[in-house]
Ligand binder design. Structure first.
Ligand SMILES: CC/C=C\C/C=C\C[C@@H](O)/C=C/C=C/C=C\[C@@H](O)CCCC(=O)O
Ligand code: ZN
Length: 668
């Protein structure tokens, strides 16, 4: 570890973790697992290489959440351990697993020694890191599917670990899956990556991640999968029936990575593959190293939503290579990534004004929404997260306020100087972790000869004050027409004669989004939705309720629900029950819940479809709909239902087998 990457605070002070990396460091994980689709669990062994870094330490503390620990040994000898009771007021922190180190002898003190820690365990149906999907939730409808999502602190429910971003380790993995299935991971497939095991009738996949990663980037998916190569280092994966569509939609991925390399450093991860998941994946994308996970809601058919892939590719530097030291510095992951994403898309679009177009309305309005909806503690760039649940603090703030900080710095020092600084920053902190303070010091040192830098920039306001930052001066050339059209619709007031005559047939997705965002912003500013009649006229004019573009549909649904248009309800219900991306489902459920016409429908729909959603999405929706723990716990676990599904399926298979045997017996 170099001076630059050494964490600046005692690691045990990461309030999101109950582990003690300041005394013992996990440096490598060998993970061996087999998937049990019947019981929705992994049976696994985590074998860690642990470096003891303090002579005082006699215990290793790990994070766990709802794991069944079977046995633990250190250097081949059974170890004594205890599992703490979770704090009911902070269930997201899980249970601390404390493992006693064997007594030290004076000839072999623990300091600087390396031990092998082996933990046999199983995950449980309470696992918050996994989405277990019955066949009905897949495109193929024939086989189940499982995927993981560990950010921010869900890895502890998949494996015992030091679940804090400051602990980075390499890993290898061996995963046994049913014969029909393929396993993919946030790692490189090793040369003979899959072999068949006659005894268990399973396929065995092996992986290696030679670059140290934090626990939140540990990821896998198992399902019926197929792939297509896009370039030498980029491949897309999905269920077989979708793979051509996925290959087309993300066909620019090699260009994204290449442009990102020009902006930063050469790509460090070997491969950049993309897995397009089933629709309940809760995020647009997740930057799992070597293998980005994306939602199928990006499949617009015209590559218009592929900027999410540019975003995830950019994370290969910001986040994955240079990682926030704790979740309070999340803006360094996301603000930098949005900045790089916009630079990549601007280069690909070939129009400098595109950068401001994307920012001017969409980004800024997203930020305004979050600042309006989130408590002050979470609208600071360095939020007061403490040991609160990071999922509660998640919003556009780290993304857009973070972006705006970087944009202001760029405006202050000039584009060329900032481009050079960008490369220097990633080079300085690569493979390590960073805090806001370290970033600030590095920036000030890099520009120490520029007098403006020390005097003009108000770091304390940017980093510590809640609310909106000062609005930058964006170029509005490209957004002007969209804003004008929004103004036109604001003036309609239900009068068909006032409907704007602008023909938007040839407008692209960015323009449509910009127009709808401007409309939403104007309604929010005047604190009054469009009238029911106006929305009816717009529906007739643009038919946006029929679009297959998820970003456009989402915004049009928001506008219509706010207007109290009951005819949109079937469209909304279909949208929020056929995909589970939180960016779409949470605001729509909240809007329905806040409306007279939709309150009961929202609650009923949630109860009916709860098992469809990923556990984190179900948790957040329950909070949004003010459903208490008692209601939520009665039947909340998706795995419970998937289990019922599989058990029923298994019973049907057994019953049919008995039936067939009986019939055959009779025939004989
Ligand atoms: C200030 C908050 C501190 C920490 C929160 C960190 C993570 C919390 C969490 O809930 C996980 C987020 C994962 C996000 C993954 C991808 C996003 O970029 C997706 C953005 C929304 C979308 O496009 O669907
Ligand atoms: Zn991101």
């Amino acid at each position: 570890m170099t001076a630059a990457t050494k964490p600046s605070i005692p690691l045990s002070l990461d309030p999101s973790s109950l582990s003690n990396p300041n005394e013992a460091l996990l440096t490598h994980l060998s993970w061996t697992a087999s998937v049990d689709f019947i019981n929705c669990r992994f049976l696994a062994r985590a074998k860690y290489t642990v470096q003891i870094t303090s002579s005082k330490s006699n215990t290793i503390h790990l994070d766990t959440s709802h794991l069944d620990i079977h046995s633990i040994s250190i250097d081949g000898t059974p170890a004594t351990y205890s599992l703490g009771v979770p704090d009911k007021s902070k269930p997201h922190l899980g249970s601390q697993l404390s493992i006693q180190l064997p007594p030290q002898s004076s000839s072999t003190p623990h300091t600087s020694s390396t031990i092998t820690l082996l933990i046999d365990y199983a995950t449980t149906k309470e696992c918050t890191a996994t989405g277990w999907l019955p066949p009905s939730q897949t495109a193929g409808k024939r086989h189940p599917y499982v995927f993981t999502q560990c950010q921010a602190i869900h890895a502890r429910s998949l494996l015992p670990c030091m679940d804090c971003p400051s602990v980075k380790m390499t890993y290898d993995a061996t995963v046994s899956v049913p014969k029909w299935a393929t396993c993919v991971m946030s790692a490189l497939s090793t040369v003979s990556s899959s072999s068949y095991n006659d005894e268990t009738n399973e396929n065995v996949f092996t992986f290696e991640q030679p670059v140290p990663i934090p626990s939140y980037l540990f990821a896998l998916a198992i399902g019926e999968l197929e792939s297509r190569d896009i370039s030498n280092r980029c491949r897309v994966w999905s269920e077989p029936s979708m793979v051509e569509a996925v290959a087309f939609e993300f066909g620019q991925v090699e260009e994204f990575v290449r442009v990102a390399e020009e902006l930063t450093l050469p790509y460090q991860w070997g491969r950049y593959d993309i897995l397009c998941l089933p629709p309940s994946f809760p995020y647009g994308g997740m930057e799992n190293p070597c293998l980005t996970f994306v939602t199928p809601t990006l499949l617009a058919g015209d590559r218009s939503l592929a900027d999410v892939v540019a975003h995830e590719a950019a994370h290969s530097w910001s986040g994955n290579l240079v990682t926030n030291e704790t979740w309070e510095h999340f803006w360094l992951n996301e603000g930098w990534t949005i900045f790089l994403q916009r630079k990549i898309m601007t280069k690909i679009n070939g129009d400098e004004k595109f950068f401001d177009f994307d920012v001017a309305i969409s980004g800024w309005e997203d930020l305004k929404d979050s600042v309006r909806d989130m408590p002050d503690a979470y609208t600071k760039l360095i939020p007061e997260l403490g040991d609160g649940d990071p999922d509660d603090a998640f919003s556009s703030v780290p993304y857009e306020k973070g972006f705006n900080l970087l944009y202001s710095l760029e405006t202050m020092v000039g584009k060329d100087a900032f481009a050079k600084f960008t490369k220097a920053y990633f080079n300085e902190f690569k493979f390590g972790v960073v805090t806001s303070q370290k970033f600030r010091e590095f920036f000030n040192d890099y520009f120490k000869d520029d007098p403006k830098v020390m005097t003009v920039f108000d770091w304390d306001t940017w980093l510590h004050k809640p609310g909106m930052p000062a609005k930058p001066d964006f170029d509005r050339t490209l957004s002007a027409a969209c804003e004008d059209l929004a103004d036109g619709w604001m003036a309609v007031e239900g009068d068909a004669a006032k409907v704007p005559t602008v023909d938007i047939t040839n407008w692209n997705t960015s323009q449509r989004i910009c127009f709808l965002d401007a409309l939403l912003a104007k309604c929010s500013d005047r604190n009054e939705p469009l009238s029911l009649e106006t929305v009816g006229l717009m529906k007739e004019a643009y038919k946006m309720h029929k679009t297959h573009n998820s970003e456009v549909l989402h915004r049009f649904c928001m506008i219509s629900v706010a207007a109290g248009d009951a005819t949109i309800i079937p469209v909304v219900l279909r949208f929020i029950t056929t995909q589970g991306r939180m960016k779409f489902v949470r605001p729509l459920y909240r809007a329905l819940f806040a409306s007279k016409m939709g309150k009961n429908i929202a609650v009923k729909t949630f109860f009916k479809h709860r098992d469809f959603y990923h556990p984190v999405c179900a948790k957040m929706l329950a909070k949004d709909l003010e459903i208490g723990d008692d209601d939520a716990e009665s039947d909340v676990k998706r795995c419970g239902s998937s289990q019922r599904h599989f058990v029923l399926g298994a019973l049907v298979v057994v019953a049919s087998a008995i039936g067939i045997a009986l019939i055959r017996g009779k025939r004989r």
